[in-house]
Design a protein around this ligand. Structure first.
Ligand code: AMP
Ligand code: ZN
Length: 469
């Protein structure tokens, strides 16, 4: 198995990946709060999780992966009261939309999607354990975590915890705390008609941080290999998760590797609902953009670099995908035998090795897609000169199938689109007619149009021939 290195935000360096069990790698990713459409900034972090999953699979691991669904929270409560529906009715609509969007973006299904509302007993267990460790206090019906009593607080974020005490408020919460740094574990009801659970800590509902610690315990019993999230979750959310789990179970290991995805930006500012500088996936599809191009755009930038979003960058991705797809389509046209036939020792081997080396190096997707373009240049020139044998074609096909394990957007349908072919033929006929009448401007326009469709024209003794780029 290839050595895999991943960047650990806890130690701030790349580390050799050594999961407890390579046949069941335990990964937990913070998921959505379901009250609205997710914007494509959110999807950058979910695509990052998907890249991690698909890369580890290509590198030979089997996964046991979880993403939580936050289905109880201030905005959810306020909106469901406003719309006079139950929290479940309100969130089920948004959960369905979230899963539809994941599918549109070819994000693979994970093994577990626990909901916060299904994990309240495990949250109570956790609060019990924290109480035993003298890490909580109750005030006005709510339960708080007392950070002063947890000595390791701040190790992940490297935050100056003493500075925090006298400095700015870091979590806006209407609740009264003993210490500004403390965070709420269990919230007493505040609004008329608000959903609550009757528990030994009183009526209430969970604070946001508690669910992730409780779910990891519920699903994996103990520690996990990797925990992921967007970079904005590193503090305070992930710091608080550590405080909760390591505070409750001081002698157990929690997370081996913390991985965080950088933000999607617009004009150098984080894409966010509050700034209003966002597009939902559905906004972009309605404008005619192909979700495959959006997926490609979000995955082809390395997850630890900030990515500036623009509509132009989706156009560039569309072009990049058609370059790869066109070469694959040409390869498929050369296939006149069983598609399952494989040739593992062809000349794709070296390029696939470069591809795998890139993703094994902290998921360097931008380098990995670079290796694809290098290789398709060579494939195209071999196709141009008819220099490919049946074995070569089989080898190339298995290469495309493997890289699609990461890309997820290639089309392996062999059947040619006849309607497309006749459209191309009719454009070629029009161009021939234009040339006859010496309308060279029109002839050039048609040639450019065809070129944009990925079609190259070649004059031959038997007339004009065309092929895909
Ligand atoms: P939220 O709904 O704000 O809790 O965000 C859900 C997920 O999306 C979290 O993992 C965030 O870190 C992530 N996220 C939010 N905005 C962005 C952004 N502009 N770029 C990348 N990830 C983001
Ligand atoms: Zn979380």
């Amino acid at each position: 198995m290839l050595e895999v290195k991943l960047f650990n935000s806890y130690t701030n360096r790349k580390e050799v990946f050594k999961p407890e069990d390579p046949n069941a790698v335990k990964i937990y990713s913070c998921g959505p709060t379901v009250y609205n459409f997710n914007h494509i900034g959110n999807f950058r972090s979910y695509i990052f999780t998907d890249v991690l999953r698909r890369s580890l699979k290509l590198l030979g691991y089997k996964l046991d992966q979880t993403m939580n669904i936050t289905d109880i929270e201030d905005k959810i409560i306020a909106e469901s009261i406003k719309q006079k529906v139950t929290v479940e009715e309100f969130t089920s609509k948004w959960i369905k939309i979230f899963f539809e969007d994941l599918e549109t973006l070819k994000i693979e299904k994970l093994e577990h999607y626990p909901k916060a509302t299904d994990s309240v007993p495990e949250m109570m267990d956790l609060i019990d354990k924290l109480k035993e460790q003298n890490l909580i206090y109750e005030k006005e019906g709510s339960v708080y975590y007392s950070i002063a009593n947890f000595k390791q607080y701040g190790k992940l974020s490297k935050i100056d915890i003493d500075g925090m005490k006298s400095g700015t408020r870091y979590e806006t919460d209407e609740y009264t705390k003993d210490d500004l740094r403390d965070f709420v574990l269990w919230k007493s009801p505040k609004l008329e008609g608000e959903k609550f659970w009757e528990t030994k800590y009183g009526k209430g509902r969970p604070g946001w941080h508690l669910e992730c610690s409780a779910m990891i315990r519920k699903i994996y019993s103990s520690g996990i290999d990797i925990h992921t999230g967007g970079i904005d979750l590193l503090f305070p959310h992930h710091e608080n998760e550590i405080a909760q789990t390591c505070g409750a179970y001081p002698h157990e290991h929690f997370v081996n590797l913390w991985m965080h995805c950088e933000h999607l930006l617009v004009d150098n500012q984080k894409m966010s609902k509050s700034l209003g500088n966002y597009y939902t996936l559905r906004d972009l599809i309605a404008k005619g953009y192909d979700p495959k191009a959006i997926r490609y755009l979000l995955l082809s930038a390395h997850y630890r670099t900030k990515l500036n979003f623009s509509l132009k960058s989706i156009d560039e991705s569309t072009k990049a995908i058609s370059k790869i797809q066109n070469t694959l389509t040409r390869v498929l046209e050369g296939v006149n035998f069983d598609l399952t036939q494989k040739n593992e020792n062809g000349y794709s081997e070296a390029y696939y090795k470069d591809f795998l080396d890139a993703i094994a190096d902290d998921l360097n997707t931008s380098k990995a897609v670079g290796t694809i373009f290098e290789f398709i240049k060579i494939i195209n020139s071999k196709l141009d000169s008819n220099a490919l044998s049946k074995d070569d074609i089989a080898d190339l096909l298995s290469y495309f199938i493997k890289i699609n394990g990461l890309l997820g957007i290639l089309d392996f349908e062999k059947s040619k689109d006849d309607s497309l072919d006749s459209e191309i033929q009719s454009l070629i006929d029009k161009r021939q007619a234009a040339k006859k009448t010496k309308d060279f401007a029109l002839a050039d326009l048609i040639r450019n149009d065809l070129s944009e469709k990925g079609i190259i024209l070649e004059d031959s003794t038997t007339g004009v021939k065309w092929k895909r780029k």
